[in-house]
Design a protein around this ligand. Structure first.
Ligand SMILES: [Zn+2]
Ligand SMILES: [Zn+2]
Length: 337
């Protein structure tokens, strides 16, 4: 009897392991208003997009390492730096102390000057010293096995040819006015589109409003996506209708902090996006009040305290996916369309 049970258990574990290895897992790690997103391809290869902040006694590197452990990830195959800001690049020196990284991908050198920017860039260069390094340009593939990643923006440059299946006139351009020109690193963010079978996800880092328009007007060069990693922590300098409404995500996942991001007007753009089934957030955004936040069950961290909960996405080749909130064990499935 005992043997049978053990056999059954081991069989079901084997099935679970097998089922898991067929999926793409994405972990949205809470770095308190910065970005750190871990992709685990069905091949087992890994991509980490950004590393959160410096300082705080390894807070962000430890959170990344904890999620990596949970995902049975022992190394990062490709680290992608979206841009040289403290909430994305700052954590790299601590990250490399916690997890081995094989190859670093960025948009080239930092374009910002001043003591802080130069210190940040120097610390990043020191941390990646001696490792493989790729400077990515729009149109370049990310050579990870098992999923397809393509660079759509880097160093202020954009893909000029629409991705396969994209290229439709964008009706949301006319209703999206320009904003003031952004000369910061945000506008140089290295943006990527990820495809796994029929599943598509876009992550543009902190790419700002006018660059979004350049990318999306007059024709939509990205096409529609299943998941939109909300740009720039949900700040209203990004997330134009020209981008959000045209890519028409089923699900938006916002890597905001309690006191950073989640601008009410950006949340309005997200909530009014055609076909949006849910907005998920890493934090309740103090900027918004109840009206401009998603419902609690879709929020990883609802109190100000540093609870550090992540969100987990599991995507299947047929385009279906689930999002899971470890705080309250709430999950929702999005069937293939
Ligand atoms: Zn940022
Ligand atoms: Zn930034």
């Amino acid at each position: 009897m005992r043997l049978t049970l053990a056999l059954l258990l081991s069989l079901s574990f084997a099935c679970l392991a097998q089922a898991r290895s067929k999926d793409l897992q994405v972990y949205f790690i809470d770095v308190e208003g910065g970005q750190s997103t871990l992709l685990v391809a069905p091949s087992g290869q890994t991509v980490l997009i950004d590393a959160g902040w410096a300082d705080n006694n390894y807070r962000d590197a430890n959170r990344i390492a904890a999620v990596a452990k949970r995902a049975k990830v022992k190394k990062i195959d490709y680290f992608i730096l979206t841009h040289y800001h403290a909430d994305h690049a700052g954590g790299v020196p601590q990250l490399v102390d916690r997890l081995p990284v094989e190859t670093f991908i960025d948009h080239g050198v930092s374009r910002e000057t001043g003591a802080n920017a130069e210190h940040l860039a120097a610390a990043y260069q020191k941390a990646i010293g001696g490792k493989n390094h790729i400077v990515a340009k729009p149109g370049d593939p990310i050579p990870v096995k098992g999923i397809e990643g393509i660079v759509v923006s880097a160093d202020g440059n954009l893909i000029t040819v629409p991705l396969p299946g994209a290229g439709q006139q964008n009706p949301y351009c006319a209703s999206t006015p320009d904003k003031e020109k952004d000369t910061s690193e945000n506008a140089r963010s290295l943006g990527t589109v990820w495809t796994f079978g029929k599943f598509r996800m876009v992550d543009l880092g902190d790419l700002t409003w006018n660059k979004e328009k350049e990318l999306m007007c007059p024709v939509n060069r990205i096409g529609k996506v299943d998941v939109f990693v909300v740009s720039h922590h949900g700040l209203d300098w990004s997330n134009s209708p020209a981008l959000v409404h045209a890519i028409a995500p089923r699900v938006a996942i916002m890597d905001n902090g309690a006191k950073k991001g989640g601008s009410p007007s950006a949340v309005e753009v997200l909530k009014s996006s055609p076909g949006l089934e849910a907005l998920w957030q890493l934090h309740f955004a103090d900027a918004g009040g109840k009206e401009h936040n998603t419902v609690d069950s879709y929020i990883a961290n609802i109190e100000d305290a540093d609870t550090g909960y992540y969100l987990e996405l599991t995507a299947h080749e047929d385009g279906s996916f689930e999002v899971y909130n470890p705080r309250n064990k709430f999950s929702r499935s999005y069937p293939a369309k």
